[in-house]
Design a protein around this ligand. Sequence first.
Ligand SMILES: [Fe+2]
Ligand SMILES: [Fe+2]
Length: 409
Amino acid sequence: MALRRIAPEQVQLGMYIQGFDGSWLDHPFWRTRFVLDKERDLIRVHESAVDAVIIDDALGIAPEPPPAIQREPSAWQSPARPAAPAWRPAAAPAAAQPQSFASSYARAGRVFGKSKRVISAVYSDVRLGKAIKTEKLMPMVDEITSSIDENPRAFISIAQLKSGHEYTYMHSVAVCALMINLARELRFSEAAVRDAGMAGLLHDIGKALMPVEILDKPGELTEEEFEIMKTHPMRGHELLAKSSGVSHNALEVCLRHHERFDGQGYPDGLEGDRLSLFARMSALCDVYDAVTSERAYKRPWTPTESVARMREWTGHFDPEMFEIFIRSVGIYPIGALVRLKSGRVAIVTGENREDPTRPPLASVPDALHPESERLDSAVEEIVCMESAEGLSLEGWESQRTKLIRRFRS
Ligand SMILES: [Fe+2]
Ligand SMILES: [Fe+2]
């Protein structure tokens, strides 16, 4: 018997699982000893909240050697970024230890999955008329912040790659992450960063009170349905005002995230400086996440396309804040699937600081080219973003991490 304790993200198909470290509530299996041979079980391990997994090398495959440690390019960890916050959860890796991108990416995936489950439970409670307990959400905001501090590109890339399923919850987590990242770019204090994250998480809580048939409607809304949906900021604000521990900024973001800088938004048509800093931040984070997401009725816009189109919406956003926001997000999320002019599908494996529209790419295997290979991004041209579901790529989630690990330069 050769027992080993490894991180959940190191677990691969074919390993013999001997046990899990941490509470049994944190792992998704009713049994512990088994050979991991199903793709969906692998994803459950990767997304679980356990600290470590104990495997037996004698009964299953051994882990790969750990990937080389590398620091992210300095612009993403600029000196402006504050040091690790004092409230970083004990279980999180220390920020002083640089993590490889692949391990940050896997960790971000787990934090994202866990956050999605927590926020969906909050929505269920609200639908049942229960109060929101923000103190229970704070550790999650801290964990998201910690993941963003470790590597903002990893978490934001994961958050942008969501598919149509459970959109509202994933959108809440994504807006939380974008708010935290923007708050860091704006050099907010630690307390204000947390406040921004919490505000992002709760901004659409009024949607929990909207009729489900409108909220989950697969197509575009009728005018009448849209009028009903437009009440969600007010309904959310009323709800949060009655809840304990909700900050002034979170209330403000909930009520004002659909206001526009030129006064053409709702519910009150406030304009310019009458909108708080947090409200102006949230308008950007909310729209950016919505347009880069895939919905049943629209393909996701590429980040480059989103930035270009949002820039054309004169009057919608605070122009100064817009530029800061663009700086705070990358362009193509790492791990995104893109269609090339040649017709092939590729995965984005890194970023190109000189020309963000031409990121490093690797081909996704297809019938004609069964082996994945690094592509010349100076030659290949990206036409649009694709989704794994749209392409029916089986087992894509674990494949994605492997390709990033293999081709990340
Ligand atoms: Fe909203
Ligand atoms: Fe929203």
